[in-house]
Structures are given as C-alpha cells and as structure tokens.
Design a binder for this molecule. Sequence first.
Ligand code: ADP
Length: 320
Amino acid sequence: MLKSIAVMTSGGDSPGMNAAVRAVTRTALHQGVKVWGIRGGYHGMLDEDIFEMESKDVGDIIQRGGTFLGTARCKRFQTPEGRMLGYKNLVDRGIQGLVVVGGDGSLRGASTLSQETGLPIVGLPGTIDNDVWGSEYTIGCDTAANTILDAMNKLRDTASAHRRIIVLEVMGRNSGWLAMVAGISGGAEYILVPEEPFDLDEICESMKAEYEKGKRYILMVVAEGAGKASEIGPIVAEKTGRDTRVSKLGHIQRGGSPSVIDRVKASQLGEHAALAIISGLSDIVFGFNRGHVVSINLHDAVNNKKTLDPQFMRLAKVLA
Ligand code: ADP
C-alpha cells in the first residue's frame, strides 16, 4: 500500500479534469493516503510547485471547466535530466506514486518517467479529442461535442435565413471524432475528417445539385486536421456560386462547465486511478470500453493510434 501520492493535469486542458482530480484526491484521503497536487503540469513538478491537499482544496471545482491545478506544456520534461529532477522533487516529499491526467503527449511523458525511474504511475485520458487508444471515451470530449453542437444550432438559423453554405472548423488535428459526433448530432451535410480522404470538387458538385433540388442551406464541419475553413470556404464559394461563410470555433471548445457525462465518467476514472495507484499498480491508463471502466496498458495506449469508428463515417453519409 502506498501512503503518499500526487496528482497533476498536463497538456491541453479539458472540461472534467477538475472532477477527475477531485475524485482522485477524495478517494485517496478516504483511504487514509496523503495526496499532493502538482500545479502547472510537468513545469510544476520541476519547479517544486507541489502542495499537500485536503478535501476542501478540491471543493467548489466540479462545476468548473479548465483545471484548477493549471496545466502546461513543458519542454524540459522531454529531457532525461528534466525527468530525473521531477522524480527527485517527488521523492524528497515522500511521494510514492503519481496520477497524470492528460492527453497523448502527457501520457507518453508519464510512461517514460515510469520506465526511467520505476515510479508507479497511473494515467487518465484527459483531452477533448477522444483520441487515446484503448478507450472509447476521454475526459472532456462530451462537453466539447456539446459546445460544437450548440454553435451548429445557432449557425443553422442564420444559414437557413440566408440560404447560405456554412463551413465550420472544429478542433481535431489528428482525430476527427469531435467533428464526426458533433456533425452527426447537428445534422451536418458534410463532415471532413483527417482519417478519410475527400474530393472537394465532388463535394461542390453535390452541393450545387442539392441547391437545385431545393435545399435551403448546407452545413459542413471540418476537423482542423482535414483542412482550414478559411481555405475551404472560398473554394466552396467559387465552385458552387453560393453565398458561403466560414466560422472557426477555436478555444471556446475547450472551456465551459463540464457535462453530466464528463463529470460522472471523470469521477469514476478518478476513483479507479486512486485505488489502483494506492494498491501499487503502475503503467496503466483507465478508460471506458462498452460503458465500463477498463484498465489499459500505458505503453500500449501511447504506442497505438486510435482509429475513427467506420460506422460513424457510414452513418454520417447516410443521414446527410
Ligand atoms: P497532450 O497531453 O494534451 O497531448 P502535449 O502533447 O503537449 O499535450 O504534452 C504535454 C506535455 O507532456 C509536454 O509539454 C511534455 O512536457 C510532455 N511530453 C509530451 N511528449 C513527451 C515525450 N515523448 N517524452 C516526455 N515528455 C513528453
């Protein structure tokens, strides 16, 4: 049994990270284990921004987006010397295990730290992109998808009024999950994702035909990894001859009060992470599979690429 653990958030922030940290902290305290919070991701580990937490430190945060611990991207942690310094700072405080909540990069860093030092580490997938291998869910993806859906509902009103084409760019550099689920739920006619090649000429021809058949407006969702709305929009306008507008949601997608799903799932994952690390388990990530919490090998999670469910791509085309 470990007696003292630390928890941190790292990389891109996502709504629900607070719920995860709260669950890790309160579960550990409930087990009589000391919990330390690390502020500002791996930066805080290296700069000794590490503090012991009580239950009240994680009060009044479950409803907040972002992460109260702060997060960062840290170049120094990518060097063996940086990681060794971080490890020393933890050991100096008697910290015996670490829970890292973050995306692909943060989990990769955690995996390397554990391999090099033997420090027990458990990861939780925290990213709006839902692109961590082995889990059907990552903390924050539901809130982000709902934020995009809300924007789509509003864009529909104005697109319809003017009979416009709207090209909406959403986050997802390597993963089209957000674009796909938001697009399907928002009734988008076209969804462009990095996982699937597309022919813009063909799409524009099809748009023209749709307008001729009486379509009032068209919504296209583009994952940033598939292209820039600012470049695709003018091409669509020129090739279709239709009034076209582009919209880029940007960082709005990362913020906001977490949804019920993100709060509950993050809490479940946080509890599992705390119990696992306390019991001495290491090098695992907790995620969801078919609605149940599962543990995934950390090495596998960071060395495999999650693919977009082909059922989504098929469904999006059938319903468009
Ligand atoms: P995310 O966790 O959201 O994918 P990043 O990819 O920016 O975000 O990673 C966050 C931080 O994790 C980086 O700034 C760095 O400190 C650490 N990190 C990322 N990749 C590695 C790696 N291969 N080795 C060590 N540390 C890494």
